[in-house]
Every structure is written in C-alpha cells, then in structure tokens.
Design a binder for this molecule. Structure first.
Ligand SMILES: NC(=O)C1=CN([C@@H]2O[C@H](COP(=O)(O)OP(=O)(O)OC[C@H]3O[C@@H](n4cnc5c(N)ncnc54)[C@H](OP(=O)(O)O)[C@@H]3O)[C@@H](O)[C@H]2O)C=CC1
Ligand SMILES: CC(C)(CO)C(=O)C(=O)O
Length: 340
C-alpha cells in the first residue's frame, strides 16, 4: 500500500511513523529544517517514555514519488489550496485523498444530498482549487483527535490520543476506506470507519470554532475559557449558532453543548493550536474553523451574531500580527518575530 503524507508535521509525522511501522510504503513530504532532520536522522516519535525512530522516504518534491494509493493531507487548512498543483503527480486513477485537517473540508457538499449538493465553500476552497484539482470523488474524511507536536526538527512528541475517525462522503464502507483503516489499526492507531463522518467533523469543529479564537483573543487556556462564566457563555452562544446551522444541514450532534464544553475544559491548562500559532507567529486556521461556519450560516439563513463578532476580532488580531489575510486577499507574509 503506497501512502504519501503531504505535510508531515505534528499529525502527519505521527501518522507516518505509525503507518510505516504497520508495513505500508510511506513517503513523507515536508520542508525546511524538519525535512533535513528527518532525512538525516529518521523520524523520531516520543510517546511517554518510549522513543521510536523510523526511516521512511522523505522529500520536498512529490513529483519524484509517483502515483499513490492514498495521499493523506496533514497540512494546516490554509496551506492546502496552494499545494494542489504539487500534489498532482501523486494522483493516479484510483488515488484517494484523505483530509486529516481540522475544520470543514473542501468536499463537504459532495454526496451529502439536499439543496447544496456540489457547492464549493469559498472560505476553505477559494475558487474551487481543491474541488477541481483533487476531485471530490477521491476524498475520504478524517477527524484528527490526537494531540502531537514537532518539538524539534525531526522529532514528534505525542501528547494524547490515538484515534483518527475515517469516513466516505457518501457513508459507504468502501474497500479503500476499510483498507486504510486496517493499515492504521495495524500501526496501533484507532481508526473507526463511520457512516456519518460529517457528524464527527462538526463535533470536533464545535470546540475549535469557539475555543480556538477565544483563546487567541484572550491568551487563556481551555480550562480558564470553560470555567470563566463569561467566556463560557460566549463559547456556548457560538456553539448554539453553529448547532442551528448544523441542524439545518442534517447534522446529528450526539452530545449537548454543556457536555462538549465540559469535555474541553477537562483537557486542562492547554493552549489551543490557534493560540500556539499566534504566539509563534504562524498563520492561524481561522477560515476553516470559523469563516466557513459563517459562510454556511448565510447559506442556510441562520444569523450568527456572536460568531460574527468573534470572527471580526480574531481576523483583526491575525491581520495586526501579520499572520492572516481574509479569503480573497493576498496571503500575509510571515512576520519576522512572534506575536505578543
Ligand atoms: N497538532 C495537533 O495536535 C493537532 C492538529 N490537528 C490538525 O491537523 C492539521 C495538521 O496540523 P499539524 O500537524 O499540527 O500542523 P504542522 O504545522 O505541525 O504540520 C504541517 C506541516 O506541513 C508542512 N508544510 C506546509 N506547507 C508545505 C509544503 N508546501 N510542502 C511541504 N510541507 C509543507 C509544514 O511546514 P512548515 O512548518 O515549514 O510550515 C509542517 O511541517 C491541522 O488542520 C490541525 O488543526 C488536529 C488535532 C490536533
Ligand atoms: C485543543 C482543541 C480541542 C481546542 O479546541 C483543539 O483541537 C485545538 O487546539 O485545535
């Protein structure tokens, strides 16, 4: 089984190590010092006291790899549109594209039925670059639950979790999704194949769409956001607006808002990825977590007053830090120093 992980950072690198251990023919696409270190020393994964080093093929040039059975996208959401051309050499007739990325994926309205079938979402897929460049029929959905970090080039620290839920857009138990699940499970991961992957995408997104921007605005950790009555109320208001949108799109939320907030609070004094990105001066995933929910709200006729306010504030926070540009505006240059 040939698998290329395009964007082999914290999550992609973790997946790469586990799939390599499972015996898959794994190639990692990465760049910079991280790529150099992985090429020279292998990829080191630290899980608790245990350290594993594996030596998959590592490159910054996907063209040298040829067509794959699976391309797993492990990039931050905002990076995906720009790599569509670079991914083309990896795509054969039957190659599946697995979106291991937070937020709403480009293929959301493929085989979902209803009024919006075939609709491209501008906030995550401007101009339909992914829809047209990958094709929605290649897509396999993936919800990423583990937390991992690149602690130094070539070194991935596992923090918690081992579950990557998978699912076909049409909910079928296809051979390709079952084979990928089996490979991931052979590597020691949990990879259930769900028949309603969009429900799971929303459940994860439900937390990301509020906690991540609130944390970027306040610099508070999850425990603080969830226990302070005022920020908890902001989060809850955003989640209820999002739930109304999800309900109209046929999403089933299997837990209620209070339980979802309590679950996030129980994670503890953890900085969300958006806060970490802000502090490190790296682009923030605002559009795939938040702008897209506003866009979907407009589509289904649900007002999103709280989401609108928080989105306006976090966009401006990102723009002032030089790490965010609104969809349709030229990409922000990375600042020389991290934002304070
Ligand atoms: N890390 C986590 O704990 C979790 C992450 N997620 C989600 O998973 C997704 C991936 O996140 P994460 O792994 O943390 O992100 P990372 O930034 O750690 O990994 C992405 C990697 O892709 C590289 N990259 C970007 N553009 C290119 C390119 N053109 N060519 C080659 N390599 C490229 C980046 O390099 P560079 O650093 O140079 O930009 C980086 O190494 C995100 O959507 C995130 O929200 C979800 C749950 C938890
Ligand atoms: C920690 C958590 C759950 C916050 O929503 C997360 O997924 C993130 O930081 O992106």
């Amino acid at each position: 089984m040939k698998i290329c992980i395009f964007g082999s950072g914290a999550i992609g690198g973790y997946l790469g190590v586990r799939l390599h251990q499972a015996g898959a023919d794994v190639s990692l696409v990465a760049r910079g010092a991280h790529l150099t270190a992985m090429r020279q020393n292998g990829v080191k994964l630290i899980v608790g006291e245990e350290e594993t080093v594996v030596h998959p093929r590592c490159t910054d040039n996907a063209a040298e790899l040829g067509p794959q059975d699976y391309v797993i996208i492990g990039l931050k959401a905002h990076s995906v549109p720009s790599v569509v051309p670079a991914i083309q050499p990896l795509l054969g007739k039957d190659t599946a594209v697995v979106t291991a990325v937070n937020g709403i994926p480009y293929w959301y309205f493929y085989k979902n039925g209803g009024d919006f079938e075939g609709r491209v979402l501008d906030s995550v897929d401007p101009g339909g670059a992914q829809w047209n460049g990958f094709g929605p029929e290649r897509a396999i959905g993936c919800v990423v639950y583990p937390a991992t970090e690149v602690v130094e080039p070539g070194v991935i620290q596992h923090i918690y979790g081992d579950k990557f839920s998978l699912g076909e857009p049409d909910g079928t138990q296809s051979d390709r999704v079952k084979a990928l699940s089996a490979a991931m499970e052979a590597g020691g991961l949990r990879a259930p194949v769900l028949d309603r992957i969009r429900d799971e995408i929303w459940l994860k997104l439900w937390g990301n769409l509020c906690f991540n921007p609130i944390s970027a605005l306040t610099h508070a950790t999850l425990d603080v956001i969830c226990s302070d009555p005022e920020t908890r109320a902001v989060a809850k208001a955003m989640m209820l607006e999002a739930k109304e949108i999800g309900d109209r799109l046929g999403v089933h939320f299997r837990v209620d808002v209070e339980r979802r907030i309590n679950g996030a609070g129980a994670v503890g004094a953890h900085k969300t990825s958006m806060l970490q990105d802000l502090e490190r001066g790296r682009p923030m995933e605002i559009d795939a977590l938040l702008s897209v929910v506003q866009e979907m709200g407009r589509m289904v006729g649900v007002d999103t007053p709280t989401i609108d306010v928080v989105l306006a504030l976090v966009r401006q926070r990102g723009e002032v830090a030089g790490i965010y540009s609104r969809p349709g505006v030229k990409e922000a240059a990375a600042p020389a120093v991290a934002a304070q």
